[in-house]
Design a binder for this molecule. Structure first.
Ligand SMILES: NC(=O)c1ccc[n+]([C@@H]2O[C@H](COP(=O)([O-])OP(=O)(O)OC[C@H]3O[C@@H](n4cnc5c(N)ncnc54)[C@H](OP(=O)(O)O)[C@@H]3O)[C@@H](O)[C@H]2O)c1
Length: 369
């Protein structure tokens, strides 16, 4: 039995959120499980959902290894299914396999540095499925820490686009860690990409990384620029991680504007161009606003990594993982603003900073650091 600290997030029905490090016993792994000594794990927006959503961090109670905060009543009520059920946090990370089950796949990983998706990566140790581990070879744990969620999602967007017959896509909040990967993948694969950002420095960042179409939603003529980029590329499929507000709506309107401009005859039903937006995140928790003035050929859908992976056959899945492994220092490289230990991640300064999810300001947790 191995003992170590791991982060737990508990929300109770009265709207009290507790983030606390707890001692836990990690059993000897069995079958094709491995026990990983966690060395590096990124704090991603999906982890933050369990850690900070609706929480009053400014007025929270901070003590070593623990934060107790009040959550906005409506947001607490929306999460009723987790009330009183402590949640582990940290989707992904990397470390060294220190024990393995008797299964062949697990045994093959013994002693190796791997990236993994244990769901409790903000922990000194984690049990992971060997099948989901990626051997890192000479790469450090830091280089491999973010090798699952964002790389496979960005590749998944391209794969989804190809499956649906598209050779151009729109991406919102495009300067994110994921967006920068998508920008590099699209250039490698010859897919046209329309990047939407909200700040000039984000436009510069993407252009410096070779982006050909970047539009800034803060510009007065944003909608005109967006329509022009759609016209240039033929992008009638988009991915929106903002979710709340009108980003998806604006993209559909711009798509229709371009499609309608190419019609030779007027139709009261609008164009027959199929237009689709996938919402794949909730950076903005406000309601999604749609003003369907884009004909009838439009679809808004959700997109999530795990169902996408489940839709892939084994050779496709292996191909995607292999591509990530060979591009860890290039296409799929991540950068971090700060490295923090488990206790440090629960200080006011740290959490107030990383919970803002700003471009290029991701934190990396070093559980033994
Ligand atoms: N569905 C899935 O399976 C899946 C998988 C992976 C990731 N995701 C989602 O992908 C998104 C990006 O993840 P990441 O790790 O790449 O993020 P990240 O590197 O932390 O970057 C977050 C980006 O979002 C921008 N942003 C934050 N709040 C915003 C808002 N209200 N409106 C517009 N832009 C906003 C930030 O720009 P500023 O600097 O301007 O604030 C920044 O560029 C997240 O929403 C995450 O949940 C979803």
């Amino acid at each position: 039995m191995t003992t170590g600290r791991q982060l737990m997030s508990t929300l109770t029905a009265d709207g009290t959120l507790t983030l606390a490090l707890e001692e836990k016993d990690f059993p000897q792994p069995t079958g094709n499980q491995v026990l990983v000594k966690m060395e590096a794990a990124p704090i991603n927006p999906s982890d933050l959902f369990l850690m900070v959503t609706g929480a009053d961090l400014e007025n929270a109670d901070y003590s070593p290894g623990k934060i107790v905060a009040k959550v906005h009543p409506q947001i607490a009520a929306n999460q009723a299914s987790r009330h009183g059920k402590p949640q582990t946090v940290g989707n992904e990370g990397a470390g060294t396999v220190i024990a393995a089950g008797e299964g062949e796949m697990a045994q093959a990983l013994m002693g190796q540095r791997v990236s993994c998706v244990p769901g409790n990566a903000f922990s000194e140790y984690a049990i992971a499925e060997a099948m989901m581990c990626l051997p890192l070879g000479d790469h450090s744990s830091e280089e491999g820490a973010s090798s699952f969620v964002n790389p496979l999602t960005a590749l998944g967007f391209v794969e989804t686009a190809k499956r649906e017959g598209h050779d151009a896509i729109i991406h919102a909040a495009a300067a994110s860690n994921l967006g920068q990967m998508l920008n590099r993948i699209c250039q490698e694969d010859g897919l046209a990409l329309v990047n939407i950002v909200r700040k000039e420095e984000q436009a510069t960042l993407l252009k410096d990384q070779g982006a050909s179409h970047v539009v800034n939603s803060s510009d007065d003529d944003f909608e005109r620029q967006l329509a022009e980029a759609i016209s240039d590329t033929g992008a009638y499929l988009g991915y929106d991680p903002i979710g709340g507000g009108q980003t998806t709506d604006t993209c559909l309107r711009a798509m229709e504007r371009v499609a309608a401009s190419k019609m030779t005859e007027y139709s009261r039903y609008g164009s027959d161009q199929a237009k689709k937006m996938y919402i794949y995140g909730r950076l903005d928790l406000s309601p999604t606003i749609l003003t369907p003035t884009y004909g009838f050929g439009w679809t808004v859908s959700g997109w999530l990594l795990m169902p996408f992976l489940a839709s892939c056959d084994i050779p496709t899945m292996m191909g995607l993982r292999q591509r990530v492994a060979s591009g860890l220092k290039t296409t799929f490289a991540s950068s971090y603003k700060e490295r923090v230990g488990l206790e440090e991640m629960l200080t006011k300064d740290a959490i107030m900073d990383y919970s803002q999810m700003k471009t290029g300001e991701k934190y990396l947790v070093m559980p033994h650091g």
